[in-house]
Write a protein that binds this ligand. Sequence first.
Ligand code: BG6
Length: 495
Amino acid sequence: MSGSTSIVIFGASGDLNHRKLLPALFNLYRKKRIPENFQILGFATRDWDDHKFRTEMEAAAVQFCTFDYSYDEWLDFSEHLYYMSGNFTNPDDFEVLADRLQQLESGPSDRMFYLASAPRFFLPIVQELGRLGLVDEAEGKRRVVVEKPIGTDLASAHALNEGLSQVLKEEQIFRIDHYLGKESVQNLLVFRFANAIFEPIWNRNYIDHVQITVAEEVGVAHRAGYYDNVGVLRDMFQNHLIQLVSLVAMEPPANFEADSIRDEKVKVLRSIRPITIDEIATETVRGQYRGYCESPGVAERSQTETFAALRLYIDNWRWQDVPFYLRSGKKLAEKCTEIAIQFKCPPVQMFPLPQDFEMTANILGMCIQPDEGIHLKFEAKVPDTAAETRSVDMEFHYRDSFGETSIPEAYERLCLDALQGDATLFTRAGAAELSWKFIDPILEAWKSPNGPPLTSYEPGSWGPDEAHEFLSSEGRWWIRTCGDHAVQVIDPLKK
Ligand code: BG6
């Protein structure tokens, strides 16, 4: 049995650790979910010591904790925090790390190494850990958490996975997609497979189409240096949106174990129809918000997309010919992530509708954030009319059913799972690569003369007009389901 648990965070002086990791670990400590005997060792280039690290992290905890901060709890927790300044490519610094770990650990210990550094250091760090035997499992569990991005295209993702596999077994690698740690994303599987009433209609016979929207109000802010080389397709679609697609579309797994679930998700990825260069202009839209090129750190005539929409098809028995419309962008009207499942209209229209009205289809809205919940839109008879119908909304809000503070941060769940070795919510090498296999040709085709033009949109809008025409040309509209309001079908072009 291991004596203690060590968490080593590479890139501990960075933004991710301040905003997400440390607050998540602190909350796990408060909830007594971290093993009692533990140490967190920050490793980064800044010339800090333990004291400075604790002071910095305290400020971060006060600013970013989403629970009630207590100084006494912080004092207890902070005694477990340590820091060493080092260079990610300097072998001598890793020797120091090995010594430091040995001093801190009381005997054989479990270790979790968290790669929160710049991605170019992921492999050099793991190679050093391997060289010094720090990830050998003879004396305890050794797990490595890899932050996104897993590469910037299929070739680089494959090279990274190959490099990792030379040092680590796949079971030791935990590739994070923080969307999978969101409570409402995990609820997708519960909703689908713990209820008997939805699964029979969850297919091409009853579903007209699926929409996934991941909208952000913020622009690129201080991340322009990174973002301008990446764009929304790599930043959001390759990971978060494709993961959401696979959870909506997957078959029921044999059981709730990591590999069973991940096997089913991979089958979906394998069935996604590639978008060819001939289809690129009709199947995708790309846009950039006005003023983006003036942001500090963005190239003068940058062609980087800050918005994209695309239509994809899943070629299998369940989903053949059902379009999945995906959109995501920065500087949009509001922050919201939601999935709308639009069902088919009744086959016969027997009720009198007001002039110019069409029968409205049932819509199931799954709000991932910020107002986590589920909405079901269905038709009801308007009282005191002969047979007039109107859409009404049946709602479930997490905050009403489980209380305001019941939803933990995604990183909390993911850190705990990685510490416990549960890989269900993490991405396997193959899945990350399959996702790139779909994204790469789109990025390539966008560079060709066949690609859709880079359109522009007003900050604070719902994206370029082309994204609305993209759906309206098929008689469909983007749907909003989140928030306190009933499900709305928005067609800004019609306003
Ligand atoms: C990250 C992206 O993965 O997700 C960011 O790199 C984006 O650009 C963020 O802002 C959105 O995450 P969330 O949890 O706020 O929706």
